[in-house]
Design a protein around this ligand. Structure first.
Ligand code: GAL
Length: 659
């Protein structure tokens, strides 16, 4: 458990460096991330390198005993590069070129940019691989909507990729169903990108374009990792974002030693469909499960489950619809929460609030005048707490949860391509299911569809339209219980209708799926356990989406657990497979989990969360009032904080008998 900070020596005068590094050290931070936007300062003119300043910073940091994460600078190609080679620029969906003047204007498909990325990465790696302690490739792949580029380079690359995937144009026409609307192609060279069509393009065309674009990110990253490794660099990660799914993060992570992610809990409140009441309730706190959801998603991306928070929100940010300052204590609570979920390092973005350019409103650990800000005070508190606890704190550990949620990027793309209803938001549904389990007091893992399920008792698939054959087998053979929600197994890998898998796994076929306008509800009745464990019938209002079973397809072994008022199935059971046909809110989902999937409610107060790490339990209070918080285990000893946890605070327990 170590702390760090993102520092931009190139944005301040050299005179400040010594004092800045002393401040970082005095806070008790151990890591400094530098360099990820520094290309124009390292190569001010084509081929004329000026690495002296970076060498001096690195030497200073080393002298002071700091550990360094160095970023490759490819998120910010310099002006001269795009002037010299305009073909490195990306194009947006309307076909407009993305100009210089901010960042991430490059196209992953541009062969020239790939070459430039390899060149500058080589220059960095040759000079610094033996000096630094870790690497970050690029910065936030996809930020500012930059995975899908509609450039000429992307078009060329896509055609080649399709040729390799399908072999013959007849195979592609058949897979996509191009007889429809006379969309037949005679050759791969005729295929354009799926933007700028009169009305929607073929969904299979779109899904392949998503797969292609994701593969470019994978290759781009792999090229940098390979160069860094060839030069002796180790400990290589990338910083992923929150609620962002435009490339397959599992695929990119295959090349990484650890996964980083950038945690801005308040900013992320604008990314999901939170209710007006939730937006107010969590304005200065963020929904308690937003950070945890991402910690668990990114934790499972490397075999060793190594993850970092590369950028932790230290105060107000500048980029969301509204940018409140966090309640006092939240920076500390978010940091402890990250460690509780297994983070190796929490690194704050950024050292100082910068007086110039785009992010002037973004707080840092220090003010623009380099006085300690609230975030800095809290960072220093955690640093001393970690020091005090010393060896009691375990090294980052793997998730041992018995409940898992399946997360699948191609399924998310499929839903995005064919939303079918404006109110169906895949990530929202994923998050609500995750939160439902957390609110019951349990840990859970977020796993890819390719994961081994055998260690789990319960697997939940909140939205999984694409089910490959091996996943289907795994679900059928699973020894625990599965809860499958709407859209499950509805489409083939080519994004065409495929009903076979659903029938085999769930014991019946889907006849119809419908989306419902906001405010329109169907009623259903379901028995749900109350606080005393007694099952009572409850009436539900269900909107947004509904799947209907084909009544002629029901396997005799199907048990109907709940029905809509009109007689349609709401919840069925086929052996260990529970299939929910509508979308209840998270409070009902957690009651369904309690009543039918056997998960018990640990009854912690609202907005309090328990997270287990090895033999420690972190009890976190995200509410504005104090709560007595202890784990349910009898035999536990308080090792940090008090039984009564103040608002926005945490206590830590050690269990003597495993829970
Ligand atoms: C991240 C980015 C940083 C900074 C930060 C502001 O997305 O990686 O460079 O812009 O947001 O919150």
């Amino acid at each position: 458990m170590e702390l760090g900070v993102c520092y931009y020596p190139e944005q301040t005068s050299e005179e400040n460096w010594t004092g800045d590094v002393a401040k970082i050290k005095n806070l008790g931070l151990e890591w400094v991330r530098i360099g990820e936007f520094s290309w124009a300062m390292c190569e001010p003119h084509p081929g004329q390198y000026q690495f002296g300043w970076l060498e001096r910073v690195i030497a200073l940091l080393k002298r002071e005993g700091m550990k360094i994460i160095l970023g490759t600078p490819t998120a910010t190609p310099p002006k001269w590069l795009s002037d010299q080679y305009p073909d490195i620029l990306a194009s947006d969906r309307d076909g407009r070129v993305r100009n210089f003047g901010s960042r991430r204007h490059y196209c992953f498909s541009s062969p020239r940019y790939r070459q430039e990325s390899r060149r500058i990465t080589t220059e960095f790696a040759r000079r610094f691989a033996h000096l630094v302690d870790g690497w970050q490739t690029d910065n936030e792949y996809g930020c500012h909507d930059t995975v899908l580029s509609y450039s000429a380079a992307a078009q060329d690359g896509f055609r080649i990729w399709l040729g390799q995937k399908y072999g013959t144009i007849a195979a592609l026409n058949d897979a996509w169903g191009n007889q429809f609307w006379s969309m037949i192609y005679r050759d791969f060279s005729e295929i354009d990108l799926p933007n700028l069509t009169t009305t929607e393009a073929n969904p299979s065309h779109w899904l392949d374009f998503h797969r292609y674009s994701s593969a470019q990110v994978v290759d781009f990253n792999l090229e940098q990792v390979t160069i860094i490794q060839q030069n002796g660099g180790r400990n290589i990660g990338h910083n992923y974002m929150g609620f962002f799914t435009d490339f397959d993060h599992y695929d990119v992570a295959q090349a990484l030693d650890f996964v980083g992610w950038d945690s801005y809990p308040l900013g992320f409140m604008s990314k999901l469909n939170f209710t007006a009441a939730e937006k107010i309730r969590y304005a200065r706190v963020g929904h308690p499960d937003i950070p945890a959801f991402h910690h668990e998603l990114y934790r499972q991306m490397t075999a060793e489950q190594r993850f970092w928070v590369m950028e932790q929100q230290p105060g107000a940010v500048n980029w969301a619809a509204y940018n409140p300052a966090p309640a006092q204590g939240m920076v500390r609570l978010w940091s402890w929460q990250a460690f509780a979920h297994g983070a190796e390092v929490v690194s704050y973005f950024r050292f100082e609030q910068y007086a110039k350019a785009q992010e002037q409103f973004h707080h840092g650990l220090f003010t623009p005048e380099r006085n300690l800000a609230q975030g800095g005070k809290e960072a220093s508190q955690i640093a001393s707490e970690i020091k005090k606890l010393g060896n009691i704190l375990p090294k980052a550990q793997k998730n041992t949860a018995k409940i898992a949620l399946v997360f699948d990027f191609p399924s998310i793309w499929a839903n995005k391509i064919q939303p079918q209803g404006d109110s169906y938001h895949t990530l929202d549904i994923m998050f609500r299911c995750y939160s439902a389990v957390r609110q019951l007091g349990h840990d859970l893992a977020i796993i890819p569809a390719t994961a081994d399920f055998t260690q789990y008792d319960v697997v939940i698939a909140p939205s999984l339209p694409l089910v490959a054959d091996d996943l289907s087998q795994k679900l059928k053979n699973f020894k625990g219980k599965c809860l499958l929600l709407p859209r499950f197994a509805s489409k083939s890998q080519a994004l065409t209708i495929d009903l076979k898998q659903h029938r085999e796994i769930c014991g019946f076929a889907i006849s119809t799926s419908e989306s419902l306008p906001d405010g329109f509800f169907d009623q259903a009745t379901i028995d749900l356990k109350d606080k005393n464990g007694l099952a009572q019938p409850q009436t539900l209002q269900l909107g947004i989406w509904r799947d209907h079973a084909d009544p002629d397809s029901l396997d005799p072994a199907i048990e109907i657990l709940a029905r809509y008022r009109d007689g349609g199935i709401l919840l069925s059971r086929y052996g260990h497979i529970f299939r929910l046909m509508g979308l209840p809110d998270h409070e009902i989902i957690n009651k369904i989990l309690v009543t039918y999937l056997g998960i018990h409610d640990r009854n912690y107060p609202q907005d309090c969360r328990a997270t287990k790490l090895g033999d420690l339990v972190f009890m976190q209070n995200f509410s504005p009032v104090s709560h007595d918080l202890q784990p349910l285990a009898e035999n536990a000893e308080l090792i940090m904080g008090d039984l009564s946890v103040a608002p926005y605070s945490v206590n830590i327990w050690r269990l003597h008998t495993p829970q």
